[in-house]
Design a protein around this ligand. Structure first.
Ligand code: AMP
Ligand code: ZN
Length: 468
């Protein structure tokens, strides 16, 4: 296998990936803010991270994958202004912020499973780690990076020359352009570490701290929880491209100030899913969920396939037509695969070509092209099955677990089945047998049971046992 090359946002280069500890990878992925459902744009980022994890496993690494749940502290504006998104969601629905957090965490995990994403080694909630966040802020205070204003504790970015390097931020330009709207902050790029609860409004989520009652800023949770579960210097940190300029710049600033590391050796970012109206966003209100696809009878795995067909570092423009095309391609692949017998050996040359594409910064679109070349080749069917099985360990389409759902019966077959049902009601057994034989010739086996007839497609998994 050629070396695994990954694009690192920090260095803006493709670098050969080598883990810090031999054979093991620590990977932290910024998770959802659970004040609403995830939209399919968010989910694209998690599909990319899942492919990365599977590719690392393919390269022989054991991966410790940590995903956080942001259930407090993410304010409506990234500039630390406005309401906490959770409290805002609570006002929208009339339920408590805690109820909302639980509901949307469960919904998120259900989307996660529907997309066949591997379960993380650790899920961690911000509200379960308040003590760790407070302890981290204390470290930052000792290191001299913290100042206090009327509404909270802030990180002083002017104390750090490297601040914003990952985003190649023009700090002087930003500072000059934004004199207005700075509030009590000293520098435009400074950010909240702890916010005080307002005196006149009772917050639902608030905690005591050495500085007063309040809640943590959004960024501190990731520095604190990644340190707890992966250490202060680990292999890969991921998120969507929108995180580079603010959230990840701030995470790095905190960890560098407290521990002198830039947090992760590799920084990887998935590009956005866009709609004609621009990027898809939760706060925009108009967003497509996985449930929206279900309502249209589109399999979540078809959405996964659509994501695989675009490189993670290019924008993916969403259209219903492209999703339909993904569903068609997936159906074709599933049917082909289900028809191949087991027991073959993998085709090493195809596997080598597939892995080479994956190892080139997760070039999954090209790897899929290799897969289709194999599907259409004249290799023995059992070889094709074994080889596609091996590819699917990286692609995660779950081909092995798929069985033909009843709804996928083609119209002409359904017509024959309906006719057979009718003649059976008329007790015309000869005609019913004749229709059964016709269906069998077309590749469908009918079994009569107590609650009517059942039909299965004859395949390697469902061979035709009926003697003719
Ligand atoms: P959030 O729940 O808003 O904190 O976002 C969860 C994840 O989705 C983060 O990694 C974001 O960077 C990512 N994300 C947000 N919008 C999009 C989008 N339109 N396309 C892809 N990823 C996105
Ligand atoms: Zn984060």
């Amino acid at each position: 296998m050629p070396p695994l090359m990954l694009y690192d946002t920090w260095s803006r280069t493709l670098r050969p990936f080598v883990s810090i500890d031999a054979g093991r990878v620590g990977m932290y992925c910024c998770g959802p803010t659970v004040y609403d459902h995830a939209h399919i744009g968010n989910l694209r980022t998690y599909v990319f991270e899942d492919i990365l994890r599977r590719a690392l496993v393919r390269n022989g690494y054991e991966v410790r994958h940590v995903v956080n749940i942001t259930d407090v502290g993410h304010l409506v504006s990234d500039a630390d202004e406005g309401e906490d998104k959770m409290e805002k969601g609570s006002r929208r629905t009339g339920e408590s912020a805690w109820t909302i957090a639980n509901r949307y965490t469960d919904a998120f995990m259900s989307d996660w499973r529907a997309l066949n994403l591997l379960a993380p080694s650790v899920w961690c909630r911000a509200t379960d780690h308040i003590a760790e966040q407070i302890a981290f802020i204390v470290e930052l205070e000792h290191a001299g990076y913290v100042y206090r204003t009327d509404d909270g504790l802030y990180f002083d970015t002017s104390k750090q020359d490297s601040y914003g390097h990952i985003a190649r931020l023009d700090r002087a330009g930003l500072q000059a352009g934004k004199r207005v709207g700075l509030g009590a902050k000293k520098n435009i790029t400074d950010f909240a570490l702890w916010k005080f609860s307002a005196l006149d409004v009772k917050r639902q989520m608030e905690w005591d701290s050495p500085w007063g009652r309040g809640f943590p800023g959004w960024h501190i949770e990731c520095s604190a929880m990644s340190a707890k579960y992966l250490g202060t210097w680990f292999d890969i940190h991921c998120g969507g491209e929108d995180h580079v300029a603010v959230h990840h710049s701030n995470e790095i600033a905190q960890t560098e100030a407290a521990y002198g590391t830039r947090l992760a050796n590799f920084w990887m970012h998935g590009h956005f899913l866009t709609l004609s109206a621009g990027k898809m966003s939760k706060s925009g209100g108009d967003f497509i969920r996985l449930q929206t696809l279900n309502d249209r009878h589109i399999d979540p795995i078809a959405y996964r396939y659509l994501c695989l067909a675009a490189h993670y570092r290019s924008n993916l423009h969403f259209t219903w037509a492209s999703l339909d095309a993904a569903q068609t391609a997936l159906n074709r692949l599933r049917h082909a695969y289900a028809g191949w017998p087991e027991g073959g050996a993998v085709d090493a040359r195809f596997v080598e070509r597939f892995d080479a594409r994956v190892n080139e910064d997760l070039d999954v679109p090209s790897a899929l092209a290799v897969l289709w070349e194999l599907v259409k080749s004249d290799s023995p069917a059992a070889t094709r099955r074994a080889t596609v099985d091996s590819f699917d360990a990286v692609l995660g389409l779950g081909l092995r677990d798929w069985t033909l759902p009843a709804t996928e019966i083609p119209d002409d077959i359904q017509g024959l089945l309906d006719e057979r049902m009718r003649v059976r009601l008329e007790r015309d057994w000869a005609k019913a047998d004749e229709l059964r034989a016709r269906l069998r010739l077309l590749g469908w086996r009918v079994e009569d049971g107590r609650d009517g007839q059942r039909v299965v497609r004859i395949s390697a998994d469902n061979p035709d046992h009926i003697a003719s």
